[in-house]
Each structure stands twice: as C-alpha cells, then as structure tokens.
Write a protein that binds this ligand. Structure first.
Ligand code: HEM
Length: 509
C-alpha cells in the first residue's frame, strides 16, 4: 500500500513535470512566433542536415579545421545556402551570416542583445582567465577603460621603441642573404619584444638572444588546443591533454614574473611613469595587487598584441612573395617617399600604396576570419529571411550567430568578380567601405589596438622593404591556404628568401 502510494505520487510528479515542459515549450513557441510576426521576420534558408542529424558535425568540422580548410568550407556553404542561413550543431540551431548589415546589427545597433557567451569564456578562461577577451558587461567595460590610455595616439606616435625592435629584427634577417627562412618565427619574436616593452614596461628582448622559445612554444600549443576545442562545442572540456595543462602552467609562470616586478614597483610607491609613458601593467598594479587579476589582464593583451600582428606581417610577406609586381610598386613608393630614412607616424599614414597593400591583405586574410555572439534576449537580424533573403529573421534568446568576415570579404557582389585575387589597386577605385570590410571588428568592441597594429605593421614593412631588394617565395605549398588565420591560431610558416639591397648593406656597414 505504502509502496503503491509512493509510485503513484512519483508518477504524478513526473507527469506534472512533463506537462509543465510541454506547456512551457508551447507558450514559448507562441511568444516567439508573435515576436517574429511583430518584427516582420521570415525564416532563413536552412542548410541540409546530414544522416546523423548533424550530431557528428563537431567532429567533421574539427577534421576540416585540422586540414586548414575550414574557411573555404564555410565560404562554399554560403555560396550554396545564401548569405544568411540556419544550420544546427548537436541539435541546436545556429545562424551563419556573411551579410554586412547583420554584422552591424550584432556588433553595434543591437550590441546589448548579444554576448560573447559562456563557451568562449569557459574554453578560453583556462589560458586567459577573466580579461577583456573573455568577459561581458560591466567587467568588460572596466577592462576596456583600463586599456584605453595605452592606445592613445600620443603613445602610438612615439616610434623610438619600434625602431629599436625593428633594427633587431633586421640584424637577425640580414645574416643570411637569399637563404630560406620562416619569416613567421622572426615576426613572433619581434612582436613579443615590442608588446612586452609596451605593456609590461620591460621588453623580454627575445631578439637579442634572451631565450623565450619555451614560452612561445607553450603559448602556441595552448592556443592551438583552445582553437581546436571550439569545434567540440559544449564538449570542449573533454579535450584537455596533460601537455596542455603543463603548457598553461608554464605560460602563467612566465607572465607572473613580469607581474611580480610591477607589483614590487607599485609597493615601493614608485609612481613615476617611465619617460612619461603609460605602462599598462604598472597602472594596473596601482589599482590591484591581486596577482591573478593582474595575470589575466596581461595574458589577454599579450595574446591580442603578439599573435595578431605577427600573423598580419606574415600574411603581408606571404602575399608579397607571390606577387613580385606588387613588391616592385611598393618598393618604389617606399624609396621615393622615405629614401633610407626612418618614417614618421604621419608619413606612414600618407603612404598610399602601402595602405592599399595592408587593406588587401586584411581583406583576403583577416586575422579573425570568423567570430560569434550569443543572443541574450529574443531579437532580430535585418537580413536573411524569406525566399529572397531580404526580410528580417528572428533570433531566439541563447541562439548563436556566427559571422564570417572571411566570406564577406570574398563576396563577388561586393568586391567584384576578382574578389579572390590579391589586387591592392582595388582600394584606389573610389569605393567607400563600411561594414563590408571588418578586419578589426566594429561597434563598442572594436579592436582597441587597431591603430597600433597598423602602425607597427607599416613601420616594419617600410624598414624591411628598404633593406631588401627582392623577395622570393620558397614555400613548396602554393595551394591557397584558406584558413590559417583562424582565430588566434598561429600561422605555421611563411617560407621566403630575402635578398639584401646592396645600397642598404653599404650604408649600414
Ligand atoms: C593586425 C592586428 C590585429 C587585428 C587584425 C585585430 C583584430 C581584432 C578583432 C577582430 C577583435 C574583436 C574580437 C572579438 O570581439 O571577438 C579585436 C579585439 C581586440 N584587440 Fe585586436 N587586432 C589586432 C591587433 C591588436 C593589438 C596590437 C592589440 C593590443 C596590443 C589588440 C588588442 C585588442 C583588444 C584588447 C581587443 C578586445 C576589445 C574588446 O573586446 O573590447 N589588437 N582585435
């Protein structure tokens, strides 16, 4: 009797719970449909579902990513399904878009409706902790406010440190004339030295022989694991090899040393700013002594500054090595404008062809080619709905919107029939660009280091092109490498031969 009553009670409770789930789901459907109707939304096109109902999708994507084919793969998906379409991963709908109007809505006009989300935070937090790249809301605003002074124009205009690190780069490159080198490795050291000097107050000077190779290797490996785990979706945590845990520990130990120095300085009441410069870590150490907070903030800006700029430089020389015509025009402009002298900030800004080359590289190889945001409430995107894709679409709270800058930058209806071709001259054809050119993101979370990155890259390009007469492509793999730019994924190689300019060699002897 007792048992029967209990069974009845449990069954009734389960029944009620199921009823509750069904009614909640029906109510939600009605509410969503009403919201969609009120906003004139129509459904987007749908990518076909595979025989596993897309359950195997994360594994398929992980494999494509490993082959560095993910970007061409998504570009082809847009060509098949339209510029905005719905797909599903592990049973959950997600929206894919390469529509500039939708970029604008996600990143600016409806900024408050979207977050970076838990997946990005939790996956990245193991390396970056809670910093500007991983947090939303008030925490993000605080980090952003702390960083802003670092990137004020006056800080960027001071090019002395840049010259020092570029000269170190040139000395290393000049030792072998015409030898095959992997430029990317040189650029990683260059940007590490520059970024640590700027952000930590003291450069690690890896180009002067201070061995930072273990740190660089560990950081690269940790980022590769993180990047791979994105494709495992909510199961990202399943993949945590022992080597990863060790690499993260090593990277943290490395950053902690610089943090300790800054805390010591702050404790000694040393408030003067080195040569009038704002040093981010020192400013932060005056605000908090919490070593974890300090480490997290520093990890975030270090990764932001080092890898992206090194990757950018690598892609520039990757393109130049394959386009001797562009190299010749660029070199002519640089020698005409600057001779063999150091360029000033304003001169860099005024160098027309250099700017076109940089834009064209960022267009074809954006360093963050694909990104995503989660809706934190029911909302809409302006394009993608209905048979012609011109109506708004409904986005349900919690849904993920993936926006592909890579695919937008290669759209033939935007950039013309030769959109896949490297042709810097297109930037002189008078077409104003807005949300259809988005290498640095847009809206309130626009890259805070944009001007700095452009200045560093322009400066290094000018100094290298002044010193080398010719560049040869030594890469055996001439295939179009579609997605080596995957978010924070280190670029594996830019194999080139650099031939010294006889005149530059004479003047430096
Ligand atoms: C060519 C070089 C660079 C490119 C292409 C680039 C691109 C980007 C992009 C696309 C974002 C948006 C990421 C997102 O919201 O999901 C971003 C954010 C950011 N970038 Fe850059 N970046 C570059 C260099 C730098 C440098 C040199 C620094 C600083 C040293 C920097 C600091 C940041 C920071 C702090 C954010 C986060 C901004 C925020 O969320 O408020 N970036 N960058």
């Amino acid at each position: 009797m007792g048992i029967q009553t209990t069974i009845l009670q449990v069954s009734a409770a389960i029944g009620l719970y199921i009823l509750y789930l069904i009614t909640t789901s029906i109510r939600k459907r009605f509410e969503n449909a009403r919201f969609a109707r009120q906003h004139g939304c129509l459904p987007p096109s749908k990518a076909p579902v595979d025989w596993t109902f897309n359950i195997s999708r994360p594994f398929v994507i992980a494999k494509i990513r490993k082959q560095h084919k993910f970007m061409p793969f998504t570009q082809a998906a847009f060509q098949r399904n339209g510029n905005t379409f719905a797909t599903s991963v592990a049973g959950k709908r997600l929206i894919m878009t390469c529509e500039p109007e939708n970029f604008k809505t996600i990143l600016a006009t409806s900024f408050k409706d979207f977050d970076l989300g838990k997946l990005r935070h939790d996956n990245w937090a193991e390396v970056l902790g809670n910093g500007i790249f991983t947090v939303d809301g008030a925490e993000w605003m605080h980090s952003r406010a702390m960083l802003r002074p670092q990137f004020e124009k006056s800080q960027i205009m001071d090019l002395d440190d840049l010259e020092k690190h570029t000269q170190n780069l040139l000395s290393r490159l000049s030792s072998g004339d015409g030898e095959v080198i992997n430029l990317h490795e040189y650029f990683l050291n260059f940007t590490l030295d520059f970024s640590t000097g700027l952000l930590f107050g003291e450069s690690v000077n890896s180009q002067l022989g201070h061995d930072t190779s273990a740190f660089a290797k560990d950081l690269d490996y940790a980022q590769r694991v993180i990047s791979f785990r994105v494709s495992l979706e909510n199961f990202w945590w399943v993949y945590r090899p022992k080597a990863f845990t060790q690499a993260v520990k090593n990277v943290h130990r490395f950053v902690d040393q610089s943090v300790q120095l800054a805390v010591d300085k702050a404790q000694q009441g040393n408030k003067e700013e080195k040569e009038g410069k704002y040093v981010f870590l020192e400013a932060l150490a005056r605000e908090t002594r919490d070593p974890i907070v300090l480490r997290d903030q520093m990890m975030n800006v270090l990764v932001a500054g080092r890898d992206t700029t090194a990757g950018f430089l690598s892609w520039i020389f990757y393109c130049l090595a394959r386009n001797p015509r562009v190299w010749d025009i660029l070199r002519q402009e640089i020698l005409n404008d600057f001779g063999r002298e150091k360029p000033t900030y304003q001169q860099l800004k005024d160098a027309r062809y250099l700017k076109w080359v940089l834009n064209e590289v960022l267009r074809l190889y954006p360093l963050v080619p694909s990104n995503f945001r989660y809706a934190n409430k029911n909302t809409t995107l302006p394009l993608g709905g209905g048979p012609d894709g011109l109506s708004p679409i409904f986005i349900e709270k919690g849904e993920r919107c993936v926006y592909s800058v890579y695919a937008a930058h290669r759209r033939k209806d935007i950039y013309g029939e030769d959109a896949d071709i490297f042709r810097p001259e297109r930037w002189g054809e008078g077409k104003a660009r807005g949300w259809d050119f988005l290498p640095f993101n847009g809206g309130p979370r626009i890259c805070i280091g944009q001007q700095l990155a452009l200045t560093v890259a322009s400066y290094a390009v000018v100094r290298l092109v002044q010193n080398f007469e010719r560049i040869g492509n030594a890469d055996m793999n001439n295939e179009e490498l579609g997605d080596l730019t995957l978010t924070f994924m280190p670029y594996p190689g830019t194999l080139v031969r650099l031939y010294r300019d006889a005149q530059a060699s004479r003047s430096s002897d």
